[in-house]
Design a protein around this ligand. Structure first.
Ligand code: AMP
Length: 173
């Protein structure tokens, strides 16, 4: 299956989790192994050609699904960016606004240091608040941020304007 065919399995769910939001459900990709493989081929090719980094930083929770598969495929380690209270140990913390609501994210202090250069992975860039917070979170640890890769960008929300580092997504809506 090629990439264009693969992305057709992504589902629009109107009015979820709130009225007025069109939720992009990427989970059917994981139920269709050929589609998942095509997505990983495309993302890994673009990442290898465009970014220099030594660790992925994957955002809970759909960022874990894409990021861990990319890490395995590309043989590059990954660290977890998690919702509050999930990580065992001392953490860095950043708060941010969502397209729907607000939240915080945490990174274990032991996960990154100034020797690291990270590539942030998530499924969707919407308002950009989440990735903006993760750029800051990684920088709190002293690490450099090479950039961010998402599967999809909701271009009409202009999220990439908030980001300080290069951003790539193969799908823009
Ligand atoms: P944002 O901080 O607004 O860029 O939101 C990005 C995060 O929220 C990502 O982790 C996405 O998984 C999730 N998200 C935001 N908007 C949507 C949407 N319309 N459909 C699916 N996920 C979304």
């Amino acid at each position: 299956m090629n990439f264009k065919e693969a992305i057709k399995v992504i589902r629009d769910v109107p009015d979820f989790p709130k009225k007025g939001i069109v939720f992009k459900d990427i989970t059917p990709l994981f139920e269709n192994i050929e589609a998942f493989e095509a997505i990983l081929e495309e993302l890994s090719k673009q990442i290898a050609n465009n970014f220099d980094f030594n660790k992925f930083a994957c955002i809970e929770s759909r960022g874990f699904l894409l990021g861990s598969a990319l890490a395995y495929k590309m043989k590059i380690p990954f660290v977890l960016i998690r919702k509050p209270g999930k990580l065992p140990g001392e953490v860095y913390k950043e708060s941010y606004d969502l397209e729907y609501g607000s939240d915080s994210l945490e990174l274990l202090k032991s996960s990154l240091n100034k020797e690291d250069n990270v590539l942030i992975i998530d499924d969707i860039l919407a308002t950009g608040g989440t990735v903006e917070a993760v750029e800051k979170l990684c920088q709190q640890s002293g690490a450099s941020v090479s950039g961010t890769v998402c599967l999809m960008e909701l271009g009409f929300l202009n999220g990439r304007k908030k980001l300080k580092k290069p951003f790539y997504a193969p799908i823009t809506l």
